[in-house]
Design a protein around this ligand. Structure first.
Ligand code: ATP
Length: 425
């Protein structure tokens, strides 16, 4: 039976079979040492010429990263790990070409373009694999939280007829004889689900944004974790968000200590405070620190840097001016809204809000933003036959991974990033 490399230590003095990649190989006159790597880690396999005569010569020229299987006895040894496999049966399953376009165990760091170009090799690096093991834990934690708290998982269409916010960041697609777009957000549909009486929904799905700028925080396709809840306000939506982040970082700490260590995170933070700072206070903080922000103006990256400075932390920015938030955000008063963002330093992680539920206010807001009310008819209709008050938010899975793991580029948190210049692999 196949045993994973990391589990060999639990099978000492028994026969085991391992399968994986040749991470390193050293051959001498009568013995070969192979470091075999699989998804769990690596293990040393010792192949003696006298027991594997037919294959031994082939090992002399076997290229790194070839796929092999080996059977033998697991024994304690002088190997670094304190044990090894004394191979009695060995098979090469598939050879790798050489030289490798990208080293898997080399100490030198390659540039991100070469890494992404050869992503399948890059992902073989234990450190890079760790990012995605952590991301798996985050999505599992989030799903578990939602299911334990009465949310129904939904799937809304990704081909849509109208823009969510009337923005220009849309990818057009040809839909038979009509034009359509790839969905930039499930916003309108998750709100319709509130009118449909589902009470609380969540969706984890791709969102597409045709943003022209190539930054370390933007992808053209990202994974959006969206929720919407009926009969709650912005405060409750923020409380749920805080909990979701706390449970996911807790699960990562509990389940991914090995991965965190590989990623250089030795003492992960557990005591986030989720301070709430109003937009008006933010403007004052930025101005006091010499970054000029006019009242009513969006907060620039330098302003957000100044506000987040010294706060190695998540914090909310609340009570945004109505004119800076989309038409579906519930007003707080004449000037401000019930929209909020969650930040980590200068990086925006989430935006959310209590939404408008009154159809007349909705139509007024659409008109005020210069949007075509007709193209939102299917959405407005859901408000005209009994729409409950509701609130929700959207968090980017890659951005969350990025801040929890202190990654400098969002591409690191995406298997195959889609950016301004890259659509393969
Ligand atoms: P930003 O101002 O950073 O461009 P946004 O205001 O366009 O973000 P929203 O539309 O509010 O973002 O989307 C909600 C969340 O989805 C963001 O907080 C972020 O976590 C994620 N997100 C949005 N756009 C992108 C993108 N292009 N790449 C990766 N994640 C994104």
């Amino acid at each position: 039976m196949r045993v994973l490399a990391a589990e060999v230590k639990n099978h000492l003095n028994t026969e085991v079979e391992v399968k994986g990649w040749v991470q390193a190989i050293r051959t001498g006159g009568s013995i070969a040492f192979i470091d075999l790597r699989d998804v769990s880690g690596h293990v040393q396999c010792v192949v003696a010429k006298k027991e594997n005569a037919s294959i031994f010569e082939e090992l002399r020229t076997l290229s790194r990263e070839s796929v092999i299987e080996a059977k033998g006895k697991a024994v304690e040894s002088q190997a670094k790990q304190g044990y090894e496999i004394q191979v009695n049966k060995f098979k090469i399953l598939n050879k790798s070409l050489a030289p490798l376009p990208l080293g898997v165990v080399d100490m030198v760091d390659s540039d991100i373009e070469t890494r992404l170009e050869n992503r399948f090799l890059d992902l073989r690096k234990p450190k890079i694999l760790s990012i995605f093991k952590v991301q798996d834990t985050i999505s599992r934690a989030v799903r578990q939280y939602f299911h334990q708290n009465g949310f129904i998982e939904v799937r809304t269409p990704k081909i849509v007829a109208a823009a969510t916010e009337g923005g220009t960041e849309l990818f057009p697609v040809k839909y038979f004889d009509r034009s359509a777009y790839l969905s930039q957000s499930p916003q309108l549909y998750k709100e319709i689900m509130m009118s449909a009486g589902f009470d609380r929904v969540f969706e984890i799905a791709p969102a597409f944004r045709a943003e022209e700028h190539n930054t370390t925080r933007h992808l053209n396709e990202f994974t959006s974790i969206d929720i919407e809840m009926s009969f709650v306000d912005d405060e409750e939506a923020m409380r749920v968000l805080e909990e979701v982040i706390k449970v996911s970082s807790k699960m990562v700490i509990e389940e991914n200590s090995k991965e965190l260590e590989l990623l250089g995170i030795t003492s992960p933070k557990t005591d986030y405070s989720f301070k709430k700072i109003s937009y008006a206070e933010c403007v004052k903080i930025a101005n006091d620190k010499g970054i000029k922000v006019d009242d009513g103006e969006d907060l620039s990256t330098p302003a957000l840097k100044a506000i987040g400075e010294g706060l190695n932390e998540f914090y909310f920015i609340t009570r945004w001016p109505r004119k800076l938030k989309p038409f579906y955000v519930q007003p707080f008063d004449e000037k401000y809204s019930r929209g909020f963002d969650l930040q980590f330093g200068e990086v925006e992680i989430t935006s959310g809000a209590q939404r408008v539920h009154n159809p007349e206010i909705l139509i007024k807001n659409l008109e005020a933003k210069g949007l075509n009310v007709e193209s939102f008819e299917f959405y407005i209709k859901a408000f005209q036959y009994g729409m409950p008050p509701h609130a929700g938010w959207a968090i980017g899975l890659e951005r969350l991974t990025m801040v929890l793991l202190n990654l400098q580029n969002i591409r690191e948190a995406t298997l195959f990033p889609r950016d301004r210049t890259r659509i393969t692999p």
